[in-house]
Design a binder for this molecule. Sequence first.
Ligand code: URA
Length: 229
Amino acid sequence: MRLDRFLSETTGMSRKEATKTLHRSEVTVNGDVAKKGVQQISDDSVVIWNGVQLKLMGPTYLMMHKPTGSVCANDDPNHMTIFAYLDIPNPDKLHTVGRLDVDTSGLLLITNDGQWSHRITSPKHKCTKVYRAWLADPVDEADVKLFAEGIQLRGEATLTEPAKLEIVGEKEALVYITEGRYHQVRRMFAACGNKVESLHREQVGELALDPDLAPGEARALTAEEVALF
Ligand code: URA
């Protein structure tokens, strides 16, 4: 890889800024000042800028406690994006594993490993997502059967896959779904004549949101957590 591209990928600076940085003799490669962006960098090159060794982003797996009001997008004119909460140089190299809508909080997985995220989001794998929903009206016992049988959502060709609805309070329920249709949980309750007032994702597969993460905080997954999927 060219040195100017390496600088830009590891720091987030533009190629133009990288060229200027090199001209200012701020970068060394294997101990020698490097001034030319065309210089090739290999896997074992030691590149130092302002005393800090730069490293390319390897496979990255994060869990975030997504706050309400943030969007799962790289840019948004009206809302904070979830990537703005990550203090890393090139967050646009990462993607979210599925999406949570702007008003939903909770467990969000973020990675640069497309195959890993596919295993979680592909309908084929039927990975269970667990949501806690707070509702406008008392949850109807009859909805448990409707969720289990599949619900006809407006504008959809097929019924939703069987889902588990667990009533945990008068207006509070846990929902277990294996798909990720647009605003699925809100629309399932709407189809039953109720309204979701707050929605929080607690779990994806066997992985639960770390209770130590405050809204907006993220941490790297452990190797064991990555291997769950
Ligand atoms: N269902 C919803 O309605 N919203 C989400 O963010 C996720 C599932």
